[in-house]
Design a protein around this ligand. Structure first.
Ligand code: 5AD
Ligand code: SF4
Length: 443
């Protein structure tokens, strides 16, 4: 088969990163090898994100840069997938006529077929239909040699319709993969040397609806807990309203389930939470956090918060800061509210001024930095189990890995430890990482 080169540029979340890996696996059957630079490629795929306006804008600047590349190399093909492709469809071809293919979020598995349609008659091809059963969920992406961690999609889509969010419109309704298929994939990954799996879905807590096995999310976690070779299970993202007592119980029972949860709270004021259509109150969230900490005392809790949602007053914002003070998240992703087409919040009045949003974000991030430092410092003196991921970027004599709580630890060690689980005593804490000392014997 003729060898061709593929370059993929990925924007956005872990879901998109995994979609790109799956696409590369699929295109490998068509003879495509990965290129390191766009200049070397015969096919460039831009996998896009539309969660906030800024993310979507980046896509257009990227496509602008690719225009000149295409004029130098007319045989080059450019495909655009992901959420901006789903949202814009044919309009994307009008804005960027050098694009050959626009494919939607349910069309990953069709890309090889769609590429064959390109180039006939010159016009670009657009396919953004939603499917009842998304085939791409089952594409197996073999992990690159030497990696120890892999993503596994267990569901996609979202039924929640939070007032600010485009995801339900661009990824469609929730669809769960069969439990049997997921377990088989995880067994294959374990056979290939994978030690850690991260289960992916927009709302993993509501996993299982409509699957042949009828297994729910805690049931799935227990099954994965029994797969030999898998030392660590992680998952993202959890919706607080669907976090069950049974899932909390899993943190006590399932040894390989890591003590970390990403639990987006979005706001600390009940008025804002209700306007966001989140389906829980600040008291309900605080109660779940308490119960999680009872089940798993050192659990790392990370979250997402939006500032400047329409109608958010100074008092509402203070409630968010107050909630942060009560919880003390290990880490936080915080965003200025961005208006997204088609969402319920688009129609809301009382916008918050841009300067106010910026100011609130700054205050919130400064507070979180204090909390992150404080939570990281709690690790000092503890012996933590580290899964070694590779050589540290800062120094070739140092290795880097993660604690079960998902904190990055750098420590002096030999390369032969990559892929192994070792124990480190934590000696120093910084904002973005910890420093440790390897404990002997090395586990
Ligand atoms: N504006 C700002 N942030 C948003 N998010 C989702 N939609 C928006 C929006 N319109 C944030 C939420 C979500 C994270 C993935 O992105 O905090 O949890
Ligand atoms: Fe968006 Fe809410 Fe669904 Fe998350 S749960 S993807 S924020 S609609």
């Amino acid at each position: 088969m003729e060898k061709k080169r593929l370059y993929i540029r990925t924007f956005g979340c872990q879901m998109n990163v995994h979609d790109s890996e799956q696409l590369a696996a699929l295109l490998a059957y068509e003879g495509y090898e990965r290129a390191d630079r766009p200049e070397e490629a015969d096919l460039i795929v831009v996998n896009t994100c539309s969660i906030r306006e800024k993310a979507a804008q980046k896509v257009y600047s990227e496509l602008g840069r690719l225009r000149s590349l295409k004029s130098l190399k007319p045989g080059l093909r450019i495909a655009v997938g992901g959420c901006v492709a789903q949202q814009r469809g044919r309009a994307l071809l009008v804005a960027a006529p050098h694009v050959d293919l626009v494919f939607g979020t349910h069309q990953l598995a069709s890309v090889p077929r769609l590429l064959n349609l390109c180039g006939h008659g010159g016009a670009g091809v657009v396919e953004t239909a939603f499917c009842d059963r998304v085939e791409s969920l089952a594409i197996f992406a073999p992990p690159p040699h030497g990696t120890v961690s892999a993503y596994v999609t267990i569901m996609q889509g979202c039924n929640n319709f939070c007032a600010y969010c485009v995801v339900p419109y661009l990824r469609g309704r929730e669809q769960s993969r069969s439990g049997r298929e997921i377990i088989a994939e995880i067994r294959s990954l374990a056979d290939l040397g994978i030690r850690e799996v991260t289960l992916l879905g927009q709302n993993v807590n509501s996993y299982g609806v409509g699957t042949p096995e009828g297994m729910d999310f805690p049931g799935l976690i227990r099954e994965i807990g029994a797969v030999s070779g898998i030392e660590r299970i992680r998952f993202t993202t959890s919706h607080p309203k669907d976090l069950s007592a049974d899932l909390m119980q899993c943190f006590r029972e399932v040894e390989s389930l890591c003590g970390h949860i990403h639990l987006p709270v979005q706001a600390g004021s009940n008025r804002v939470l209700a306007r966001m259509n989140r389906g829980y109150t600040r008291e309900g969230y605080l109660d779940k956090v308490q119960r999680l900490r009872d089940a798993c005392p050192n659990i790392s809790i990370t979250s997402d918060i939006i500032v400047g949602f329409p109608g958010e007053t100074e008092a509402d914002f203070r409630e968010t800061l107050d909630l942060m003070g009560k919880i003390r998240f290990d880490n936080l992703f915080s965003f200025k509210y961005s208006r997204r087409e088609g969402t319920a919040a688009m129609k809301m009045t009382e916008p918050v001024a841009e300067e106010v949003k910026s100011e609130r974000l700054k205050i919130l991030q400064a507070l979180q930095d204090e909390h992150t430092q404080e939570r990281n410092r709690l690790s000092i003196g503890r012996v933590e189990e580290i899964l070694v991921e590779g050589v540290s970027r800062a120094s070739s004599r140092h290795l880097t890995g993660r604690t079960r709580g998902n904190k990055i630890v750098n420590f002096a060690g030999e390369e032969r430890l990559i892929g192994r689980t070792v124990r480190c005593r934590i000696t120093e804490a910084f904002l973005h990482s910890l420093r440790g000392e390897l404990q002997l014997p090395e586990a």
